[in-house]
Every structure is written in C-alpha cells, then in structure tokens.
Design a protein around this ligand. Sequence first.
Ligand code: BGP
Length: 482
Amino acid sequence: MTHFPEGFLWGGALAANQVEGAWDVDGKGPSVADVATYKPDLDLTEYSAHHVVSAELVRAALSDKDTTWYPKRRGNDFYHRWREDLDLFAEMGFNTLRVSVAWSRLFPTGEEVEPNPAGVRFYADLFRGMRDRGIEPLVTLSHYEMPAALSLKYNGWEDRTVLGHFERFARVCFLEFGADVKLWLTFNEIDSITRHPFTSGGILPDLSRDGEQQAIYRALHHQFLASAQAVKLARELVPDAKVGCMLTKITTYPRTCRPDDVLATLEKNLENYFYTDVHVHGTYPPMMIKKLQGAGIVVPWRDGDEEILKDGTVDFISFSYYMSMTESVDPDAERTPGNTILGVKNPYLKSSEWGWQIDPVGLQTSLIELYDRYGLPLMIVENGLGTKDELVDGKVHDPYRIAYFKAHLEQMSEAIAKGVDLVGYTSWGPIDLISASTSQMTKRYGFIYVDADDVGRGTYDRYRKDSFGWYQRVIASNGVEL
Ligand code: BGP
C-alpha cells in the first residue's frame, strides 16, 4: 500500500535547450546552451576541465553553424515532434509536464522590445496542446537558456541591466501563456551558478570585472531579485497561478562521526539551504552573510532590494534529486563524480555508470528536512537514472530504470505517510534528450527511446521502453502498483 494523495501530479520534466533543437529556426537566437560542445571520452572526474569557456570561444562557436558537435542545437527534435511526444506522454497517463521557455526563442538577443511572434506561437500551441490532452503545464522560466548575446555584452547576470530584460521576458510569458499555465518555476537549480556559472548565469571568467567568484555572487543576487520580481508579476498578471523556486537537493552525510566531518557536512547542508532560505524567507540567512563577508564577496545590495525579496517569496518548493553526497575532511577519502560536482564516495551506495550515487532513502530524508524546515508544499521536478540503453528489434528492456524509480517512489510514499506535503513528481527526461552536463545523447533517462546517437545520427523515431508500461501502471493506480 502506498500513500499518494488524490490529485497527485504525475509526469516528466524537460528543458527547452535539451529537447527542442531548431536552434536557429523561426527567429530563435542562440543561447548559452547552443555553444556547449559534445566531447567524446569524457573524464567524469574532470568536469570543470570540459567546460572551459571564454568570450573568444563563445564568439567562435557562434560563427560556426555546425550541429554535430553542438548537440543542444538539435536536441531530440521536440520542436517538430512535440505533438507526437505529447500523445505518448498522455498515453502514459501524465497529468503534468514540466517544460521551459527558451528565452532566446522569444527574445533572440534578450534586448528586443517586442517578442518574436513565431516563438510566442510555438509555446502557446504547446501549452494548449498539453491542456487538450489533460496535461497541466509546469513551466520553468529559466533553465540554462540565457541569450548568448547577453552573456557577451553584460557578462550575463553579473550586470543588473539583465534584470530588466528578464522581467520583460517573464511579463510576456505570463501575459501570453497565463491562461493555460498556472504552475511556474523561476530558475532551474538556482544554486548551480556556483558549479557552472556560464550555463546558469552566462558568466565568462575573462569578462568578470573582479574575479569569477565575485561575479557569481553578484549574478546570484540578481537572479534572486529576478525570481522575486517574477513571483510578484505572476501574482498581478495570473492571480490563480502558483510560483515555486527550484533547487538541486544534495543531502550530504558525514563520511564518519568524527566531529570535523560532521562540522564540514553541516556547512555543506547549510549552503544547500541558502537558496531555498532566500526564496522562502525573503532574506539571506545569517551564516551565509558572514561566510560571504569572510570570503571577501560583496553582495550588490541596493535600496529596495530587501523589499523585493520579501515581496516575492514563493508558494511552493521544487527540487531535483538524483543522489546524495558524503563529506570528509580526510584528503585521501575516495572521491566520486556526481551532478556537476565531485565529492566523497559513500561505501553504502551503488553508483550509476556516470558515478552518481543512487540513494532512495536520501530522498525521504530530503523531503522530511525540506518540509519540516519550510512547511511549504513540495514538488520533485527531476529524478531519474541516466544509462546507456540498447534498442533491439524495436524494444528496450530497462529493468534497472524501473528498479530505480520504484525505490524512489517507495521512499516518497513513506515521506507522505509521515506527513510531508508532496504534491507532484516529474521524472527527469521522460523521453531521451541531450545531457545537460556532458551533451551526450547516449546518457538516456527516458521511458521513451529516441533513435539518435551522440553525433546526431539516427531516425529520431520514438520507441516505448519497458519502463513506459511500468510508469503507465504506476500513474493509473496513483502510485499503488509500483
Ligand atoms: C539537472 C538539470 C537538468 C538535467 C539533469 C540531469 O541538474 O537541471 O537539465 O539534465 O540534471 O543531468 P545530466 O543531463 O547532466 O545527466
């Protein structure tokens, strides 16, 4: 027996830059995602080495029209196949689908005064198409898709000017799509700006006025303000909408009960809570203020910012959950890669092929901690297993994926039974898509297989994996049949 409440939202999550493709079609401008390259033979322990970026490299990438080595330019062809894909999601029983609006499809350079009509039409049709199929749109305003022009001109979010451009974009989204979209998220994994400042914030180290670290926290402050302003704007323009924040939830355990390990772990977890603290309370938490001061970071507060943050606190908290992490002060502790981080290995956990430590119990822990700390409704808007799948005679047997989801859903159910107000679940990448961190196509998350490889060869035809039927039964039984 499981405990999912009636009306629970079941679905999947996508990001425009990882599925749409059509990067230069119908007036879309290039985004920061469109300059990300695929690199074969990735060394997963050297994540940052694969993400070397500079203004010169971005300019060179923009003058190159190739789509082979820039996989996010082609995605999985959702831009042309979204009707077929929505039909498949509806067949699985989805009553929600998380997608994002590519900022540069509406505002190609970010600075136009009026939006690109073809871009507006695309999303209006998409959201209507969801509604027609009984699928509630859950829409992220910013999911690693800043117009590349804003990155080059302003060093992305470092410059406060970008706030105004984003506000114009958000206003168009609420006005044009608000009739169909009642659930919104502001910034995907807002914390990720510290891990990949270019992807999340358009920050280029060589354009950062006084060092990349300072640029990151300047940009983050601007994103917090933009998020709060978007919440306020949504309340004016779409009064029956709910707006949430979105965090990478990485619960960290001490490697041992050595007090130094416990202290180091506490700091990691407080840092992870910083982002939700700001979104829920509308203020920076005291220990974070001290920590930033201690590091010589100046947060660019201006008169009125405190009110903006206070006036734009969120209605609910959403988060991604893929793994937990472990912390140790021992420099020799064994390491493992994770979701764009490198951390200490937990001997009790198995890892995915990409090294991410699989920890369903950590999901229950995260749910309980988040709910007890904030008392707001929670939504898990990303969770899943990236694997290599094999298509044989039109079939994909993926018992490992079913086992992964089953274990996580059981923990969610237990958390709900203990009182956590969990309102929805969207698995990451219900259809195979381009990986955010590695730009691989063959790191597959989907219930639906897409016939395409890492360099774009294939028919792009869709196939139901075994997990498709499994998730369909889960949804049909509201989580009873796991
Ligand atoms: C999250 C991002 C997603 C996503 C997912 C899986 O951090 O919000 O965009 O892709 O992780 O990561 P990856 O694609 O690198 O496997």
